[in-house]
Design a binder for this molecule. Sequence first.
Ligand code: HEC
Ligand code: HEC
Length: 470
Amino acid sequence: MDPARRLTVGSARTALLALAAAISLSCSDGRPAASALAGPRASRSEKVQESVSPGLAVRVRALAARRGLGPMPPRRRVRPALVRLGRLLAFDPILSGNRDIACMTCHVPGLATGDARSLAIGTGAAGIGPERVHPEGTFVSRNAPPLFDLGLLDHLFWDGRVEVGRDGRLHTPAGGRLTPDMRRTLRFGAVSALPMFPVVVRAEMRGRAGQNELADLGDEDYAGVWAGLMRRLGRIPEYRRLFEAAYPGRRFDEMSFAHAANAIGGFLVDAFTFDDAPWDRFLEGDRGALSREQLRGALDFLQAPCARCHDGPLLSDDDFHDVALAQFGPGEGDGPSGRDDFGRMRATGDPADRYRFRTTPLRNVELTGPYGHAGQFADLPAFIDHYSRNAARLRAYADADIPEPLLRGTLVENREAVLAARDTLILGAEFDSTFVREVTAFMRSLTDERARHLEDLVPHSVPSGLPVPR
Ligand code: HEC
Ligand code: HEC
């Protein structure tokens, strides 16, 4: 970057800020009192207010409204008995063929519901998070995303293969194997259907033929796996009681695995919806909620193409784009190498969707690295920086850049094809280190402090008596 340019940008900004401060000072009598705007939280903001230019805050708020980066909708209430059941199921390794891995082994509360790895590590491994090792050194094909605010998304998984379509109907890889009765049971949209799928995937939870009764079933025998899991759960009296308390008026023997999935979905909605980040307080009118650097970062983000895709309360359009990322690891069986990942095309079959992945929501993003569908970047500034001159960046991405040492040497040579399908919004993007620093600061304003301390959600024990991942 040209240092002279940064200087110009910097001093122009300072002048602008000074001007904005002067203007606001001269007309401060005419505006509504800060406390009227900020409501009950005004006192917290008053201390810092002087340091932030009101003009900048006003611009950011107006642009955010125009770009649709609105506040979170009201929280959805979930029956406590359903949450109780869902929580225990999510932490219970009984849902895995070999009884050695639970949902929350990969979505660790203390690691912001991810595993802090580029790619997740499935059944057959030991340990958790950074310490997790598989004896054969194997990984699953994609990064384990965080579980935040999923009740608000219609497309789940990186390729959106569990989705509520425009027709309002649930579409999943199970097709007709999801019976009408199961569909009626799933009450929280895509997030209540999703838990039906990790349990059928061999590398994640089911295991290999010969290892257990669920793994011995055919690859496509989802119904068999779901019924087998209900048989396991039904042998544990505490689960029978928990299911019947969660679904009053139904006997356990009349329930299907959709009742388990729906309870896990309810737990995820209840435990992992976050709506109290500094950004939320700012949108509510608390001008002091963001530092000056964060406000500048917000402005950068809103003026750059970033907010064209990262919009709405979650900073995601819930849609699919190719943002020029490298591919490595075992992949999804696509391309000549068999190690490529065609992303959204895998769900739709449409070649126009090749290499498109769902726009990642950015709430709590500072806590959720590594970033990208394969964990291509270990830290946030590096991910933001990759958008700048992204074609050159992708061409220069080397094995040594893969955050996970065991995955070095697995880079897939698909880069020109990824670039050819790149979203036009990121063509020609170029910005300096000031932009990266400020936007990173803005991203920190999306952190709800409660998301840093989720360890308390880990139960002391689960009804199966198996060890709880912690
Ligand atoms: C082996 C580690 C592992 C286990 C075990 C696991 N997951 Fe995941 N989870 C992942 C990975 C990897 C993805 C992304 C997969 C993809 O997009 O194809 C994912 C995706 C998800 C998503 C989608 C999030 C989004 O933003 O779209 C949800 C929800 C989820 N998992 C919940 C669960 C639940 C519930 C269970 C247990 C039934 C579970 N996971 C078990 C690794 C795991
Ligand atoms: C064309 C739409 C689009 C634009 C423009 C865009 N993004 Fe993204 N962003 C995405 C998609 C899609 C992903 C997920 C890509 C993947 O993993 O394959 C993503 C991922 C991210 C992530 C990683 C989050 C995570 O947890 O993995 C960050 C951070 C991010 N974008 C920030 C930005 C910033 C900052 C800008 C502006 C410089 C920007 N994005 C511009 C679509 C976009």
